[in-house]
Design a protein around this ligand. Structure first.
Ligand code: NAD
Length: 331
């Protein structure tokens, strides 16, 4: 059995080599992404492991199938950039890694909130200029707050545990109710109820066609004055212009954003200087001391990267050996 792995970064390579040695299976790692210029590198392999934001086009998948490779294992969750018709037409088996470390995202989200509540960016700026005074930057305490968790999937539930550990009251909204949480009486029936009660709103829902810009002028209007907004989920959940208006008016006290609706091509790129970042709206947010923008790094831990690589390789091995895998995605 031989597997090719595309788009392998330096931080992934040790985990790939560890798996290859443990399993005694040859894995060829290439740094290039899978596209029309690199697809022929897969000739002679039994399966391919991949991860990219760039589309897996029909042309690429047709060529891969023509070369005899129809076992494709993604190292991430989302499969929206995979051409579904080409998958079905060529009989591809596709797997993803549905959960690599929900705790990584949950821990990051809460730590960002704590930075905001304790005015950490402001104190860092003051201290860099020799100003060691306290006032006027008085902080808030999480233990006396109500946190509204939107979506109680793996990440939402991991975040809830941490909020509860801090002593916060947690309420939640989800289109699907988790039976265990239902018993604890944590759910509210509508988003409007959550908006009305929450001091902190923690978003953990996937982006769907129904929740695009769910936080907009109207929903901000339904929230408490001075609410804190956390979005480590998907940029499309927030109307960025409406958020900027709500920050300007003070309706929103602050926000931690690990995602941004126009992040593709901007996050995980080096522009050389702050001024060269080619997005004025993003720079507006980045300049604010009550907003923490991070470039989609909540998942980026050693544990998560190891799991993304090794779970995907396990999936690919299962496909090659049995034609099935537990993380197979239906198209
Ligand atoms: P999950 O599949 O375990 O849970 C998703 C939950 O969202 C489910 O309970 C579902 O019922 C609920 N849901 C779906 N649509 C909803 C809606 N319109 N309103 C309310 N709830 C809704 O997913 P997860 O592993 O917890 O991941 C959640 C999201 O986090 C992902 O979809 C992804 O967008 C994001 N994410 C971000 C990072 C990062 O690095 N920042 C990493 C991984 C995932």
């Amino acid at each position: 059995m031989k597997i090719i792995a595309y788009g392998i970064r330096d931080d992934e390579r040790p985990y790939l080599e560890e798996w290859s040695q443990d399993q005694g299976i040859e894995v060829k790692a290439v740094s290039e992404l899978l596209d029309e210029s690199t697809v022929d590198l897969a000739k002679g392999y039994d399966g391919a492991v991949v991860y990219q934001q760039k589309p897996y086009t029909a042309a690429v998948l047709d060529r891969l199938a023509a070369d005899g490779i129809t076992n494709l294992s993604l190292r991430n969750v989302g499969v929206d950039n995979v051409d579904a018709d080409a998958v079905k037409r060529n009989g591809f088996k596709v797997t993803n890694v549905p959960a690599y470390s929900p705790e990584a995202i949950a821990e990051f989200t809460v730590s960002q909130l704590m930075q905001l509540l304790r005015r950490a960016p402001t104190f860092a700026r003051k201290q860099a200029h020799g100003d060691l005074r306290w006032a006027p930057d008085i902080a808030d305490e999480l233990n006396s707050m109500t946190v509204g968790v939107v979506a109680t999937g793996r990440i939402g539930r991991a975040a809830m545990k941490i909020y509860q550990g801090f002593g916060a009251k947690v309420i939640a909204y989800d289109v699907f109710h988790n039976p265990e949480l239902e018993k604890q009486g944590i759910y509210v029936d509508t988003l409007d109820e959550l908006y009305a009660q929450a001091d902190v709103i923690s978003l953990h829902a996937p982006a769907t066609k129904d929740n695009n810009h769910m936080l907009n002028d109207e929903s901000f209007g339904k929230m408490k004055d001075g609410v804190w907004i956390l979005n480590p989920a998907r940029g499309a959940l927030i109307d960025t212009d409406a958020l900027i208006r709500a920050l300007d008016s003070g309706k929103v006290a602050g926000a931690a954003l690990d995602v941004y609706e126009d992040e593709v091509g901007i996050f995980n790129a080096d522009f050389g200087s702050f001024d060269a970042i080619p997005d004025e709206r993003l720079k507006n947010l980045l300049k604010r001391e009550n907003v923490l923008v991070s470039p989609h790094i909540a998942f980026y831990t050693r544990t998560a990267v190891k799991n993304m690589v090794q779970f995907a390789l396990n999936n690919n091995k299962q496909l090659i050996e049995t034609g099935k895998a537990e993380n197979e995605v239906a198209f």
